[in-house]
Ligand binder design. Structure first.
Ligand SMILES: NC(=O)c1ccc[n+]([C@@H]2O[C@H](COP(=O)([O-])OP(=O)(O)OC[C@H]3O[C@@H](n4cnc5c(N)ncnc54)[C@H](OP(=O)(O)O)[C@@H]3O)[C@@H](O)[C@H]2O)c1
Length: 283
């Protein structure tokens, strides 16, 4: 999709983190936007900023894990800005902890948010895109989807699912005028779920910025790129290495402290949950 001017896009997860950066990059290309997330006030603020950039920006609060909410969102989006040319499945959640510290409900919520919702939102927009022979879907995956990390196994499973879905659907859509891309950011500084930890990423993995992630989204749509890994340094190679030898790559990541980083974060998160539940028992 070469010219994005006057196109329409739905961006999920637009209330905070990377979403506003992606929305901003699209707005600068002249794309009219529907912005969604659950936090209505934050969405209003982002929409106001986007309108200031000269495009239409309509905030529609919705919980994307709810089937009826997804359908209503798509209906309202169509009424607000017309048929959708672009869907950015950016919303997601992560929780670093031991697998068995997550309740079955926690696991299901993560899978529904990160994997089921983007697949079903795509299922809702694809028939219309196919009919118009025009459209692009972007999945926001993660480097975590390239190589599962300990204490983040469920997250890795959902993000790997997005990568493989995109690989499959791209081929299925080849020649139809509709396409899909997947973006795999590493640890992002300045905004988003990793930035909230206020930590530096392990040296071997490196860090990237929200602007670079947003640029990758624009490039993926404009040049129809199937997959973009947004990360500096040697970790890019580890994805290739992992295809050759997963055991060696695990050893490498373990040796260079990447898995220790996740274990420390899991300990910290589990301690904070214990404190919160003790406080609510005392209250
Ligand atoms: N930040 C990173 O380092 C990084 C690295 C790799 C990949 N990613 C991926 O990038 C995407 C954005 O991450 P982020 O860092 O911006 O995360 P974030 O700061 O935690 O923001 C997550 C966004 O998703 C929305 N969201 C979560 N659950 C939702 C639900 N049930 N219904 C509707 N909206 C929901 C949140 O809005 P509400 O809470 O208002 O609903 C928020 O706008 C995610 O898919 C993430 O996995 C991030």
């Amino acid at each position: 999709m070469k010219n994005l001017q006057e196109r329409t896009a739905l961006v999920t997860g637009a209330s905070r983190g990377l979403g506003p950066y992606v929305a901003r990059a699209l707005a600068r290309q002249g794309v009219n936007l529907v912005l969604t997330a659950r936090s209505a006030d934050a969405l209003e603020d982002v929409a106001r900023e986007m309108t200031g950039l000269g495009v239409k920006a309509v905030p529609i609060p919705a919980d994307i894990t709810d089937a009826a909410a997804r359908e209503a969102l798509l209906e309202q989006a169509k009424t607000a800005i017309g048929p959708l040319d672009i869907l950015i499945n950016n919303a997601g959640m992560e929780w670093v902890s031991r697998y068995t510290s997550m309740s079955p409900e926690d696991i299901e919520t993560m899978v529904r948010t990160n994997l089921v919702a983007p697949l079903l939102l795509s299922r809702l927009v694809l028939p219309d895109m196919r009919e118009r022979a025009d459209g692009h879907i972007v999945m926001m995956s993660s480097l975590g989807g390239k190589k599962g990390s300990p204490y983040s196994a469920t997250y890795a499973a959902t993000k790997a699912g997005l990568i493989e879905w995109t690989s499959g659907i791209r081929e299925e859509l080849r020649g139809t005028g509709v396409s899909a891309s997947v973006i795999c950011p590493g640890f992002v500084t300045e905004a988003g779920m990793f930035a909230e930890y206020h930590k530096r990423a392990p040296k071997m993995v490196g860090e990237t910025t929200p602007e670079k992630v947003a640029d990758a989204v624009i490039r993926a749509i404009g040049d129809d790129v199937g997959e973009i890994v947004v990360n500096p340094g040697p970790v890019k190679l580890s994805a290739i290495m992992n295809a050759v030898s997963p055991t060696f790559t695990s050893w490498l990541l373990r040796t260079f402290g990447v898995y220790e980083f996740y274990r420390d974060q899991a300990d910290e998160n589990e301690r904070s949950v214990a404190v919160t539940s003790n406080e609510s028992e005392d209250a």
